[in-house]
Design a protein around this ligand. Structure first.
Ligand code: MN
Length: 207
């Protein structure tokens, strides 16, 4: 198989009480796994596509043959977005939560004024995304930070941005614990954000 489901970088219950174990099991083992399975089906018969990194395919959707382009955009996006999402989180108090430090903190301050304003902007993007999608902090080709949202499994990679931080706002990400209360899930999620991992991605992308 060209693409494989990555293991979670922590236990299924590591994000409790903010994200519950059952949600993490279904989200990773079922939802993410299904994206990987369907992505592998989409690239069957296209060894040149199957040999590429998924991020490279998503950054160059226009070079993908038309009959598999939408499948790769949806299922490949689903694979890439979830793989990134797991690494955006860590156990509360053990890498998760708090605020960024160092160069990333400075970049957030110079782009948004301060961390609180950034957070407000990101929360707005996450809560106002209509239907299924994602909220993002991304870096453009000029080294500028952006907050935004995408529908379905679309990714800033397809707009020449490097994703730094993402939040899944599909109902499957929160419905078992939070039901229809997306804003409550979004508010709780800050307790598990892995800022050191985000800062490392920023440092790599901003060289
Ligand atoms: Mn999801």
């Amino acid at each position: 198989m060209a693409y494989a489901l990555p293991d979670l970088p922590y236990d299924y219950n590591a994000l409790e009480p903010y994200i519950d174990e059952q949600t993490m099991r279904i989200h990773h083992d079922k939802h993410h796994n299904t994206y990987v399975t369907n992505l592998n089906k989409a690239v069957e018969g296209y060894p040149d596509l199957a040999a590429k990194r998924i991020d490279d395919l998503l950054a160059n959707l226009e070079i993908i043959p038309g009959d598999v382009r939408l499948a790769i955009r949806n299922h490949g996006g689903g694979h890439a977005n979830h793989a990134l999402f797991w690494t955006c989180m860590a156990s509360p108090g053990n890498g998760g939560g708090g605020e960024p430090t160092g160069e990333l903190a400075q970049a957030i301050e110079s782009s948004f004024g301060n961390f609180a304003t950034f957070k407000e902007t990101f929360i707005k993007a996450a809560t106002t995304q209509f239907g299924s999608g994602w909220a993002w902090l991304s870096l453009d080709q000029h080294g500028k930070l952006h907050v935004g949202s995408t529908g379905n499994q679309d990714t800033p990679l397809s707009h020449d941005h490097k994703p730094l931080l993402c939040l899944d706002v599909w109902e499957h990400a929160y419905y078992l614990k939070y039901q229809n209360r997306r804003p409550e899930f979004v508010a709780a999620w800050w307790n598990v954000v892995n800022w050191p991992a985000v800062a490392e991605r920023y440092a790599q992308g901003n060289t």
